[in-house]
Write a protein that binds this ligand. Structure first.
Ligand SMILES: *Cc1c(COP(=O)(O)O)cnc(C)c1O
Length: 395
């Protein structure tokens, strides 16, 4: 019942893929899971084998059975040609960008993009002779007007992981392709369960596997999945740069993926319940969650997505910095930190104005980003209600 190339079962419901794809107990003495492979050297028996380079594995830096066990699952989920596991979500973005760009080329990035990706473009690609411009995340088909003859890549993130604008991926793909550029989509928020960017026209999909795939805040990884056309450039750049992901990290990603479907479902329900509840609280002026009917991109979200993630933001009425401190400093369950995707709830005040260049952020309120984890839902509401009370008294 397994396809030997990919280890994928032929019946393709997402739940079945997550539990069966990428595993091959026959190759592991019957053990259910592919164990951690640690290894640099891979041995060849004869000169003919060395010359042919046709073994499944040649050198540990290119991958091992543990890293492949993850790649097979993500390929199946994204409907991709192939996937590469890389050391972090950021390296997935940087490799994907470099696979499309060379000196003299131009890059377009959504103004809502994950900030370290912007810093890579401004701090590294610029030195290598690539220009970067930013576009309004709601530009849609208007992207065509920004395309230059040398624009070779467009980086989208939908929704933006701080401000949650939904992007029109089919329209972006059409404009990018008409101008000879590839469309890269950061799909970390929805996961491949709830959005399939390749089916909507994207060429490359990246994930911060650190977040939802791992799911327990204890490992770093990223994935790059591509169409057949985009694959060779991605794999060549990754090989040239020497990026390697350890079997230990890969094992934790593989383990996380087994429960991704049930975790996403649970995160989705809880995040939506808290988001709807926050909409009714006095100090809250806006809740930025695309699955809420009040969200300006709700229709677009409904058209392209089949579900929503753990992460959203809200805006609290304008107040001085002390009120923000009063909110976050005495939270009992929510904790403050970067990253997200684990079982534990997080709350992050966001200084959004400095992160935007094209589409200035004009809301005078304070922006907070929440990741909703698996604590008791009423306990989480009580924690937020107390924080909103402190905020109100301090403002
Ligand atoms: C965290 C994050 C990344 C980067 O992932 P790391 O594994 O931390 O490097 C990329 N994109 C989004 C949307 C993220 O939230």
């Amino acid at each position: 019942m397994n396809d030997h190339q990919t280890g994928n079962p032929s019946n393709t419901s997402i739940e079945t893929l997550l539990t069966h794809a990428g595993r091959s107990p026959d190759d592991q003495f019957g053990f259910v899971n592919t164990p951690v492979y640690r290894g640099s050297t891979v041995l060849f028996k004869t000169l003919a084998e060395l010359d042919a380079q046709s073994q499944r594995f040649l050198y540990g830096r290119a991958g091992n059975p543990t890293t492949e066990s993850v790649e097979a699952v993500v390929t199946a989920l994204e409907g991709a040609y192939r996937t590469k596991l890389v050391p972090s979500g950021l390296s997935a973005i940087t490799i994907a960008l470099m696979s499309c760009l060379k000196a003299g080329d131009d890059l377009l990035i959504t103004d809502s993009a994950y900030e370290p990706g912007r810093k890579f473009a401004n701090g590294f690609l610029e030195r290598m002779g690539v220009t970067t411009r930013y576009y309004d995340p709601r530009i849609g088909a208007g992207l065509a007007d920004l395309m230059l003859p040398n624009t070779r890549a467009v980086l989208a993130e939908s929704p933006g992981s701080l401000t949650f604008e939904v992007q029109d991926i089919p329209a972006l793909a059409a404009a990018a392709h008409a101008g000879g550029a590839r469309l890269i989509v950061d799909n970390s928020w929805a996961s491949p369960l709830y959005l399939k960017p390749l089916a909507l026209g994207a060429d490359i999909v990246v994930h911060a596997a650190t977040k939802m795939f791992v799911g327990h805040s204890d490992a770093f990884a990223g994935t790059i999945s591509t169409t057949e056309d985009a694959w060779a450039d991605v794999e060549r750049i990754r090989t040239l740069l020497g990026f390697f992901t350890s079997g230990d990290e890969a094992f934790l990603v593989a383990r996380g993926l087994k429960t991704l479907a049930i975790r996403m479902k649970e995160h989705q329900e809880r995040a939506l319940e808290i988001a709807a509840w926050l909409e009714e609280q006095d100090e809250v002026t806006a809740v930025l969650h695309p699955a809420l009917p009040s969200h300006p991109d709700h229709q677009l979200w409904k058209r392209d997505f089949t579900g929503s993630g753990s992460l959203f933001s809200f805006v609290a009425a304008p107040a001085r910095r002390e009120a923000v401190a009063a909110f976050v400093d005495h939270l009992e369950l929510f904790t403050m930190g970067f990253s997200w995707g684990g079982y534990e709830s997080l709350c992050l005040p966001v200084a959004i104005k400095s992160a935007r260049t094209v589409q200035p952020w004009s809301d005078p309120g304070n922006l907070f980003r929440l990741h909703i984890g698996f604590e008791g839902i009423e306990d989480l509401k009580a924690d937020l209600a107390a924080a909103l009370g402190r905020y109100s008294r301090a403002r």
